[in-house]
Design a protein around this ligand. Sequence first.
Ligand code: KIV
Length: 279
Amino acid sequence: MKNTVATMLKQKQSGEKITMLTAYDYTTAKIQDECGVNSILVGDSLGMTMLGYDTTLPVTMDDMIHHTKAVARGAVNAFVVADMPFMSYQASIYDAVVNAGRLIKEGGAAAVKLEGGAEVCEQIRAIVDSSIPVVAHLGLTPQSVNAFGGFKVQGKTYDKARKIVEDALKIQEAGACAVVLECVPAKLAEIISHKLVIPTIGIGAGNGCDGQVLVYQDMLGLTTGHTPKFAKIFADAGEVFRKGFTAYIEETKNGVFPAEEHTFSIDDEIIEKLEEELK
Ligand code: KIV
């Protein structure tokens, strides 16, 4: 069944958890879709997971459209959400609408996601007025890494927790169809989830959210270097990759690969004729 804004809302109302995973390419999106994930996020985390940057800040609209196109081709039933990259919506409402439109029209996404609260409500309103669903993103918003002074848990003081609650209410009022809550205390995320009509999708925000999202490289053990505390490894594909790559290198070097069954045959007569001619 095709997942939409309406099915996500129904899931919240009935208490059925929403599942979201990141994907950045056709093959991964197709596998996730076949497994039945509700939503696929083409996150600007692709700057780090696919392109090797230290942050998401260098990611461009062209990067996002390129990867969103691939994911959209693999996702039959999943609700595809594409991230609006840094500086594609902050500077003006015009930029926000035009760039959101490109992610839908050229990328094939069904919705866009942008980071921030009160300060981006006008952008959310304008994008929603253009008939494009918007997922908001509060808490640790990675595009603000320099303002935060690092990737840190947000909302731990009363004032900061209160601000996140107020931002959540404002983005809902502006028309957001869901909100990602990243790296906020579990009890705060639970309060917000009860207070909002729209679904909350948590990452490092505990079990009280209406759904969960993870970066797929984190949950498959493919992340090299630091893996965040909240990222449970559900299957160690990193180990499978390493085993496969090492075996290929060894077998190729010692001539075991390719074996008979991996090769194509030709009539002996043709070979004999060729060998005679080439003597
Ligand atoms: O870019 C991304 O992958 C995200 C998730 C971490 C929610 O925004």
